[in-house]
Design a protein around this ligand. Structure first.
Ligand code: NI
Length: 205
């Protein structure tokens, strides 16, 4: 099993619909899933889709509990969905910051359905179905979109929120700041982060 390179926005695997998995129990599928886990854990993602390691197959992995910075997720906190289908429970939407492993350094506010019903095949070949609400619902929608060639900016309704995550980079145009600028930038940062009322980095998936 191995850590694979993440495909970036513009890669053909990310821009086209992925093919259904014919045999969820095959060695190829099992090996794909292990590589997805290894790669996702190496980067600290909350989810990953097979096209993000260049494999155009309908497999996603999602963190299925709320995100807690004090409690890094373990493997049991994730669920593998093979050939997933998502259906919104109702029309209620929530908007939150998202990031994506395939658009490094960027974040944007994305509207998502608050509750979704899912069905998929599990890694043992059984049927997986249930309802997700809140954070897991967002991750599921983000990952399932990867299987249809959709990246989060394509779901955004306010493109003015598409920005670099790192506030220093955003406000200065560089990755690190000169000492003389520190106080000035600190003030701006305090303002920016208060305004956004956001905690640490957006979920990467
Ligand atoms: Ni993503």
């Amino acid at each position: 099993m191995s850590i694979r390179d993440i495909t970036l926005m513009g890669h053909p695997a990310l821009m086209t619909p992925a093919a259904p998995v014919d045999d969820p129990l095959s060695e190829a599928t099992t090996s794909l899933i292990e590589d997805m886990f290894d790669t996702m854990f190496a980067i600290g993602g909350v989810g990953i889709a097979a096209p993000q390691i260049g494999v155009s197959q309908r497999v996603i992995i999602c963190l299925m509990r709320e995100r807690k910075f004090s409690q890094p997720p373990e493997r049991d906190d994730f669920t593998v969905f093979i050939n997933p289908t998502l259906t919104p429970v109702d029309t209620e939407m929530v908007e939150g910051w998202e990031g994506c492993l395939s658009l490094p350094g960027m974040q944007g506010k994305v509207p998502r359905y608050k509750q979704i019903q899912y069905t998929a095949t599990a890694t043992d070949g059984s049927t997986l179905s249930g309802r997700a609400v809140g954070f897991p619902a967002v991750v599921l929608q983000h990952e399932a979109d990867h299987l249809d060639g959709i990246l989060y900016p394509m779901r955004m309704t306010d493109m003015s929120t598409l920005q670099y995550h790192d506030p220093v980079r955003r406000l200065t145009g560089r990755a690190s700041m000169a000492t003389s600028m520190e106080q000035e930038i600190d003030n701006e940062l305090a303002q920016a982060t208060d305004d956004d009322n956001r905690e640490q980095e957006p979920p990467l998936s």
